[in-house]
Design a protein around this ligand. Structure first.
Ligand code: PRX
Length: 666
């Protein structure tokens, strides 16, 4: 692959088609620039050997960077799949993120530069954030929240969201954040599974120039006593739109929080006390409440944040994710604040009011480290490099990627047009369940290869195995597994220990199975190949095919549905639905759109099938399992326009043939 070609592609006109395989043969490698390596936090290869030789010692050293009310007795207690880290220790996450920095005289340091989509700005120092969190924590108590009670947070990306999360951590009330793009039904299911006592929300937020509504979905979720555990709703006024406030239940943030005392004693939490739940999609229709506990999680996110993003005191670090996802939890909030670093938070979309919005933010705040997802990079590629070229991006020194495999073409574009060919790129593989980054370059040490997440983080024992659990030779593909425990690992699925064992620990007893396919090359580098289960990755968001299928069949007119993920140049994967209607229902493009809206209402707009294909049949194995592989081929073989199609004769034939053959594959 010649240099010139990469430029040519990068400079393509907006809207020009490109394929995600276009640069699959990229073979250049990128050693750390010497100047970068010389100043890097991790600049000694010995870190890998040290962690391998003494896993507990390595993590104990990282844990010692935190402030403990009571030191731990034991670093690790490992009875697979149950891990206990830093048992006997007591600490508080909000204290570690705030009080100790203020006590060390760093209260005036900026914690967040926040920017709303309409352009409003707020700068919050550590001292200010500590006060805000104290007031909010006291407000939560005034609303009856006690240590151990769960709090659901359903908010736009405004500073109050970070404040609410930290306030929960301060009083030992685990939060469960539900991404603001989820529907009322999805919110209700999560509130009920977590039995949340309080919901913190806002009237709405700004997205694509318009106020979006959040209070109305909360009202719909709670209607008719559908969430019996919820006693109160705390509402931030963000957009000023009209909302209904239920008497005795709903309280305005501005009426309650500012009047509270700023001082709130942090709870002494045990290391293994629940810090938060975060729901994520699995292979069944019911989302899983991933359990993260206090000490190990904070140790994991702070250490990985410091080493992988090479964090220095003067960095301005921007993780352009939403706090509603694990990336936001670990790398907007807890990791960066534990490290006392300065962050940027942005409420809205990258192209509002114009596609240069991000680059304008980078220039104005002098962002030095930027962390985003391949899908966003591909969107910027599509809009063209001229938007970034208008801005001074010379403050950037390191770039990160997360959420899905980054195609080499996007990697090279990011490197060239955003990183000015001087910034290392860290492609970080991890999951909601792992809590923290597991496979990633260390930017001062690792030579990167576009498209590879490179090597496991120190102390992480990753392997690629075959169906029987044997390591595959280098150069071959198989299933990714993790062999040793790590501090930020999930401690379970809330309320469902059986599902926890079954999902992650039963395929290869004693090994953690993340559900990803991977290949290791001759140099031992890991190349992630996507999910190997019925989970798809749409714009870096995890969606369950089964969850979308059950949303479809919940419609009166739908008899049966199958959903598969197909490759999409922008979103990585996109859901494609095959639908059998009940007798009497008429397949039509209009009805396809109606079903897409139905899925949006059931789960959220991100889950809307990109295509709906009406079909008289679905290919099944003799045992009645839908042959998704065949459907993927059919869906992939058709142009994926944003359309509804009727299965044409050839598709119907293929489906019928396959059904008749009834092969027991897939
Ligand atoms: O398939 C992997 C993919 O995203 C999944 C985890 O999704 P989620 O829990 O929503 O967390 C996303 C943010 C951490 C993984 O099982 N994935 C995540 N990062 C990468 C990735 N696939 C390839 N390369 C990555 N860097």
């Amino acid at each position: 692959m010649a240099e010139g070609q990469a430029t040519g592609r990068g400079a393509m006109a907006p809207g020009t088609e490109y394929t995600i395989e276009a640069l699959a043969s990229e073979e250049r490698t990128f050693p750390p620039p010497p100047g970068f390596a010389a100043q890097a936090v991790a600049n000694d290869r010995g870190i890998y050997a040290r962690a391998e030789a003494d896993l507990e010692g390595f993590w104990a050293e990282e844990a010692a960077r935190l402030d403990w009310f009571t030191p731990w007795d034991r670093v690790l207690d490992w009875n697979p799949p149950d891990a206990r880290w830093f048992d006997g220790g007591e600490l508080n996450v909000s204290y570690n993120c705030l009080d100790r920095h203020v006590a060390a005289g760093r209260g005036d340091k900026v914690a967040f530069y926040w920017e709303g989509e309409p352009g409003d700005q707020r700068v919050t120092t550590y001292a200010q954030l500590l006060d805000d969190v104290g007031r909010c924590a006291n407000a939560l108590k005034a609303l009856g929240v006690r240590r151990g009670d769960r709090v659901a947070i359903y908010m736009p990306m405004i500073p109050e969201m970070a404040v609410a999360m930290l306030a929960c951590a301060r009083i030992g009330a685990p939060h469960t954040v539900v991404f603001g793009g989820f529907s009322a039904e999805a919110l209700r299911d999560r509130i009920n599974d977590a039995e949340a006592k309080l919901v913190v929300t806002a009237d709405g937020g700004y997205r694509r120039g318009k106020p979006s509504g959040l209070k109305a979905p909360v009202d719909a979720a709670l209607a008719d006593g559908a969430c019996p555990s919820v006693e109160k709703v705390l509402v931030v006024r963000r957009t000023g739109q009209d909302v209904t406030m239920a008497d005795g239940r709903d309280v305005w943030w501005h009426d309650l929080v500012p009047g509270q005392d700023a001082a709130c004693e942090p709870e002494r939490m045990a290391s293994e006390d629940l810090l938060y739940l975060l729901y994520t999609s699995g292979t069944t229709a019911k989302p899983k409440g991933i359990v993260h506990t206090t000490a190990g999680y904070l140790v994991g996110v702070s250490a990985t944040h410091r080493y992988v993003f090479d964090i220095k005191d003067d960095d301005v670090y921007w993780c352009a994710a939403d706090l509603g996802w694990v990336t936001g939890h670990s790398y907007i909030l807890y990791g960066p604040l534990a490290n006392g670093s300065t962050g940027v938070m942005y409420e809205g979309t990258p192209d509002h009011p114009a596609p240069n919005r991000w680059w304008d933010i980078v220039e104005r705040y002098k962002v030095s480290v930027l962390y985003t997802a391949p899908t966003a990079i591909r969107a910027h590629m599509k809009w063209g490099p001229q938007h970034a070229a208008k801005h001074d991006l010379s403050s950037l020194r390191l770039l990160g990627s997360v959420g899905e495999p980054i195609n080499p073409e996007a990697w090279i574009w990011y490197h060239r047009h955003i990183g000015g060919e001087r910034c290392p790129i860290v492609d970080t593989w991890w999951q909601t369940e792992t809590g923290a980054i597991m496979i990633s370059p260390l930017p001062g040490l690792t030579t990167t290869k576009p498209g590879s997440a490179t090597v496991p983080f120190p102390g992480v024992d990753a392997d690629v195995v075959d169906a029987d659990g044997h390591s595959v030779p280098k150069g071959q593909g198989g299933y990714l597994v993790l062999r040793k425990p790590w501090p930020s690992m999930l401690r379970g699925i809330y309320g469902d220990p059986e599902r926890f064992r079954e999902t992650y620990w039963s395929r290869y007893p004693g090994l953690y199975f993340p559900g990803d396919g991977a290949k290791r090359d001759e140099d031992g580098y890991f190349w992630l190949m996507g999910r190997v289960d019925d989970v798809m990755n749409v714009s870096g968001h995890r969606l369950s095919t089964t969850e979308i299928e059950s949303a479809l069949v919940s419609h009166d007119a739908v008899a049966e549905a199958a959903v598969v993920g197909v490759a999409d140049p922008l979103t990585g994967e996109a859901p494609a639905a095959f639908v059998i209607l009940k007798l009497g229902a008429e397949p039509s493009p209009g009805f396809g759109e109606h079903l897409r809206q139905h899925v949006a209402a059931k789960i959220g707009p991100i889950a809307k099938p990109k295509t709906v294909m009406f079909t008289p049949d679905l290919p099944k194995t003799r045992s009645g399992k839908i042959m998704r592989r065949l459907l993927r081929d059919i869906a992939a073989g058709r142009a994926l326009g944003d359309t509804t199609t009727l299965a044409d004769a050839t598709v119907v034939e293929q489906i019928r043939d396959a059904s008749a053959a009834g092969k027991d594959e897939e």
